[in-house]
Structures are given as structure tokens and as C-alpha cells.
Design a protein around this ligand. Structure first.
Ligand SMILES: Cc1cc2nc3c(=O)[nH]c(=O)nc-3n(C[C@H](O)[C@H](O)[C@H](O)COP(=O)(O)OP(=O)(O)OC[C@H]3O[C@@H](n4cnc5c(N)ncnc54)[C@H](O)[C@@H]3O)c2cc1C
Length: 535
């Protein structure tokens, strides 16, 4: 297998990966390699609509303290207050940095940055760009910085398939698959940074694009890293009730922030029956309100009525939502939007510090793949992009202080044993992967979704185990899709096992058989011993 030696390899080119690369490049003269399994611009980040939290000094209504309180409230006892404060305090600098990289946040006619409101925020503090295209604007700005930087090398259409862990449990690099040639390469690196985003594709209904298959979380877990709070999935209340390429278009919470109202198909408001904050209650509450209304009355969806928002404002703020609805035959100036919940964000992930350090030496994680305890049991809207950039910046600082040399090729037995498994083809029975993926996603949606019980979770685990047996491809797979399926199976198993352990309901995790919240809030952790070297 061919190989490369590089000080830093960043896996993923969403906002977390790109921002880490840019900040690191400002602090080092060394090469930085980004590998990304699709095009440089394809990521969850690109689809972020609502915006990014910024506690701006000129916003006299707001303060770090207020934002921390809102974050803690949404996090339902599992947000670490120190982490929340750390990230919140750095938000103004993060916003200024983004502007310096070319992000053009929307401004009022008086040339002031416009701030919007989203659910469970007590004041307007969310910056947006391109109306409802914040993620796209940030992603494109960062991509153009990265593409102009001669120190940053990019492997596109290249998928990370296994991490190299030596006999001392230190991460020494990653095995990657070039999807265009089918060739494998070993990348030896002193620091491996996982920025692979979330895992929405584990569910049949999701707002996440096809890249969101939990690869980084699965790779880190396989390698022996600790994962945290995997049972906490955020189901967004309002995805457009149509599916395209395995994902659903998001109708951003800021539409409700600007005044749109949720109604049943009979035209009745209903969310106030579940929470006094009504349509702008935290996402888990609004999601369950919709879920129970749909279940009780057999509705296929509920409706989001935008007639309360002036037409000019709708056009200026939500051009992409208007366009997406039009593509499905919905004129939102005449008709309400059919919406239903979908998996949106994973609060859990690879356990890290606020500087991205994992439990394994040499391995770091940033962005949605990581879990810093900022979001706790439920993420506050627009807090994730903020976490991506703050943690990326801190991680870059940490890495730059480590004075990395180019690593040598490894003579470690465990590493060489793993590499050898990718050098030979050992394919047995060849199942058609598509129906297996579909079965997994439907099972997760039906039995490990918005509301679950022990019985359902056990059934889901049984299906995951059966699918894994049928698939039976622990190392080298035939193609990129099979590696993604392997990741989905691991991620699904982690979600189910964590959900089984948590015998209570809290934030995004709701157990119908344990509907109460325990007095004591505890994080959940899973880890496994890496496989011993058998050669
Ligand atoms: C529709 C939608 C709207 C959202 N709106 C908001 C919002 O308004 N505000 C907010 O704060 N958050 C929002 N979020 C959440 C937020 O966008 C994400 O949490 C955040 O962008 C994650 O960034 P990331 O860099 O960690 O991962 P991503 O942006 O998902 O990037 C992951 C990258 O890793 C690559 N990758 C994955 N696996 C591999 C592999 N095996 N090998 C190589 N590369 C790999 C992918 O191709 C991609 O480049 C939204 C999410 C969605 C889906």
C-alpha cells in the first residue's frame, strides 16, 4: 500500500475541519492534509440555515451569562457550565474572525448586523447570512481561504476507513480509500483530527445529507476512544414532509422565531398544550408535541403557517425555504408548509475536552463528531456552529504548541497487522447493501427514535446484530458505501446501548417506560478495548 507522512491530518471539510486547518495554518509552517470523502464543500455545515450564536458587545440586551443560562436550561443538567462559559465568551471573537475570512452576515438598512431569535433563546442573538443560507456562506468563505493556502493539501473523494493505533494506544495515522481510483493509502500523522460531522443517516427520516453516516465516531470507537452521551439525538420538529436523496429539507426554527405558527391539519394550535412556551419551546418538547399529535390523530404531518410573517420579510429572510417549498409544489404565500420531525443532530459523540483532546493520544475530534459537554442533553439552536469554530480554534492553538515533526513509517506490530488486513481481499458472501441500509434506518426510526421503550430498543439491537452478521465485513470492504454501512451499524449500536443504559427521560432522550427525569444527571460513556494484534 502506498503511504504518506504528514504532521497533521484533518478528516472532514465541514466548518469544523476547515476552521481547524485555517487556524493551524496561521500558526505553523508545516503541511496540513485535509481528507474529505465527497467534494470539499459537501457537509452538514453547508445546509445550516438559521445561523450562529454571537454574544456581541453592542447587543445590550444580551450577555454571556444569559447565553450560558439558556444553554444550561436546554442541556437539562448535562451541559458543563464551565464549557458553556468558555465557548460563549469566545463567540464575539469567533464572529469577528469569520467576518475577516469573508463571511458576509446579513445587515439591517442601518448597516447593523441583524440578529434573529430561535427557540429557547431568551433574546435575539443569532447572526445569519444569505437570509437562510448561513452554513453555505460560512462554508464557501472558509473553502476559498483553504484553497488559496499552499500549506493546506486536500484529498477530495477520499474516505477514512480505519485509524492506526499502536501498541501504546496512540493514534499514528489513518488508512484512506481514494474513491475515484479504488486505491488505499496509509497516512502516517502525529495528530489525527476527526471532523467528520454527525450521523443523521442512521435514521430513515433526517435533515442530514448522505455524508452524515457517523464515520468518525465509529472509527474512534473501534480504535478504543471513549464515546459519550450517544443516546442524545436531536429530532428537529419541522422538516419538510418530503424526502429527496435520503434526506429532508429543513424548515429552520427561525421561521417560527419570526412568527410562523404550528397548526394541526384541522387548523388548531397545539404546542401550548405541551409547554407554555408553545411553538418556541425547546426542540425536544416541540418535536414530541408533534409526534404525539400525529400518533394520536393519525396525521401524516402538521402544518407551519407563515401567513403571520409579512411577505417582504419572508422573501428577504427565507429565500431558500421558499424555493425548496416551490420545488415541491407549495406556494408558502398561499398555503401552510407540511412538516414533521426528523433526526437532525447528535449531542453525543467522541468524548473530548474543549480543546478537542480525546481519550487517545494523537487523536482529536472537533465539531459534531465530538462531545465537549456543551450541548448536554439537548442542543440550543445555532450553538453547534459556534462550538465548531471555538473548539477548532482552541485545538489549532494546542496542536501548534506541540511542534510536530513529520512522523516516520511505523514498525509497530499492531499497526502493520491492521494495514495487512487492507492489503488483501477477503470477501465472502456478497449481500446487496441497499436493503440492509434501509432496514437499519427504518428500524432506528421506528424503535430507537423520538420515543422509545426497553422492549423496542432490545428489538432494534437484535436487528443491528443480525445485520452485522449478514454483512460480516469487519475490515476491508468492497467500496465506500460498505464502509459507511459499517459505520452506521456501529453508530446505531452505540445509540441503542446508551439509550438502554439511561433509564430516565431527559432532553432529547425520551423513554416512554421511564418518562421521569432523575434527580441526578449523569453522563453515559462507552468504550472498548482495541482488538489485540494477532500476527
Ligand atoms: C439542515 C441543517 C441545518 C442546520 N442548521 C444549523 C444552524 O442554523 N446553526 C447551527 O449552529 N447548526 C446547524 N446545524 C448543525 C450544524 O450544521 C452541524 O452540526 C455542523 O455544521 C457540523 O459541522 P462539522 O464540521 O462538525 O461536520 P460536517 O459539516 O458534517 O462535515 C463533515 C465532513 O466530514 C466528511 N467526512 C465524513 N466522514 C468522512 C470519512 N470517513 N472520510 C473523510 N471525510 C469524511 C464529510 O464529507 C464532510 O466534509 C444544521 C444541520 C443541518 C443538517
Amino acid at each position: 500500500m502506498k503511504f504518506r507522512q504528514t504532521p497533521y491530518v484533518i478528516i472532514g471539510s465541514g466548518i469544523a475541519g476547515l476552521y481547524t486547518a485555517i487556524k493551524l495554518s496561521e500558526k505553523t509552517d508545516r503541511e496540513i492534509l485535509i481528507i474529505t470523502k465527497s467534494g470539499l464543500r459537501e457537509s452538514n455545515s453547508r445546509y445550516a440555515q438559521g445561523g450562529i450564536v454571537g454574544i456581541l458587545p453592542e447587543n445590550i440586551e444580551d450577555s454571556v451569562e444569559l447565553h450560558v443560562q439558556d444553554t444550561l436550561k436546554a442541556g437539562s443538567g448535562l451541559t458543563d457550565p464551565d464549557v458553556a462559559r468558555f465557548i460563549s465568551e469566545r463567540s464575539a471573537v469567533a464572529v469577528a474572525d469569520l467576518i475577516s475570512y469573508g463571511v458576509n452576515f446579513d445587515k439591517s438598512p442601518e448597516k447593523k448586523v441583524e440578529l434573529t431569535l430561535e427557540g429557547a433563546h431568551s433574546v435575539r442573538r443569532i447572526l445569519h447570512a444569505g437570509g437562510d443560507a448561513t452554513g453555505r456562506s460560512i462554508e464557501l468563505a472558509l473553502c476559498s481561504v483553504v484553497e488559496k493556502d499552499p500549506k493546506i493539501l486536500i484529498y477530495r473523494q477520499t474516505q477514512a476507513v480505519d485509524l492506526l493505533i499502536d501498541s501504546d494506544n496512540t493514534c499514528k495515522g489513518v488508512i484512506v480509500l481514494d474513491k475515484t481510483t479504488g486505491e488505499y493509502e496509509t497516512v502516517y500523522a502525529n495528530s489525527v483530527i476527526i471532523a467528520t460531522g454527525g450521523a443523521g443517516q442512521v435514521y430513515a427520516r433526517t435533515t442530514n445529507p448522505q455524508i452524515a453516516t457517523g464515520d468518525g465516531i465509529a472509527l474512534a470507537y473501534r480504535a478504543g476512544a471513549t464515546v459519550q452521551n450517544m443516546e442524545f439525538i436531536q429530532f428537529h420538529p419541522t422538516a419538510l414532509d418530503f424526502e429527496e436523496n435520503g434526506s429532508r429539507f429543513l424548515i429552520s426554527e427561525s421561521v417560527r422565531g419570526e412568527g410562523a405558527k404550528l397548526k394541526t391539519p384541522d387548523g388548531e394550535s397545539f404546542t401550548h398544550k405541551y409547554d407554555e412556551r408553545g411553538d418556541l419551546a425547546p426542540r425536544d418538547i416541540v418535536t414530541r408535541a408533534i409526534y404525539f399529535e400525529m400518533k394520536r390523530h393519525g396525521y401524516e404531518h402538521v402544518l407551519l403557517d407563515t401567513s403571520t410573517i409579512p411577505e417582504e420579510k419572508l422573501k428577504a429572510r427565507f429565500p431558500n425555504i421558499i424555493k425548496a417549498c416551490e420545488e415541491h409544489g407549495i406556494d408558502i404565500f398561499k398555503k401552510p408548509i407540511p412538516v414533521s420531525p426528523a433526526a437532525h443532530y447528535i449531542m453525543g459523540g467522541i468524548k473530548t475536552t474543549v480543546r478537542g483532546e480525546t481519550s487517545l493520544k494523537g487523536l482529536y475530534a472537533v465539531g459534531e463528531a465530538g462531545c465537549t459537554s456543551f450541548h448536554g442533553a439537548n442542543r440550543l439552536a445555532s450553538n453547534s456552529l459556534l462550538e465548531c469554530v471555538v473548539v477548532a480554534s482552541e485545538l489549532a492553538q494546542l496542536l501548534s504548541e506541540q511542534n510536530e515533526d513529520v512522523p516516520s513509517e511505523s514498525s509497530d506490530c499492531r499497526i502493520n497487522c491492521l494495514i495487512s488486513k487492507y492489503e488483501k481481499n477477503n470477501f465472502g458472501y456478497k449481500p446487496d447493501i441497499a436493503p440492509l441500509v434501509q432496514q437499519l434506518r427504518e428500524t432506528m426510526w421506528g424503535k430507537a427514535g423520538i420515543v422509545k421503550t426497553e422492549e423496542e430498543l432490545m428489538e432494534a439491537l437484535k436487528v443491528v446484530n443480525e445485520l452485522r452478521l449478514e454483512f460480516n465485513q469487519p475490515y476491508k470492504c468492497r467500496n465506500a458505501e460498505e464502509y459507511e454501512f459499517r459505520s452506521l451499524l456501529t453508530t446505531a449500536e452505540l445509540i441503542i446501548r446508551s439509550a438502554l443504559m439511561r433509564k430516565e427521560s431527559r432532553g432529547g432522550h425520551y423513554r416512554e417506560d421511564f418518562p421521569e427525569t432523575s434527580d441526578v444527571a449523569c453522563d453515559s460513556y462507552l468504550s472498548k478495548q482495541p482488538e489485540p494484534c494477532l500476527c
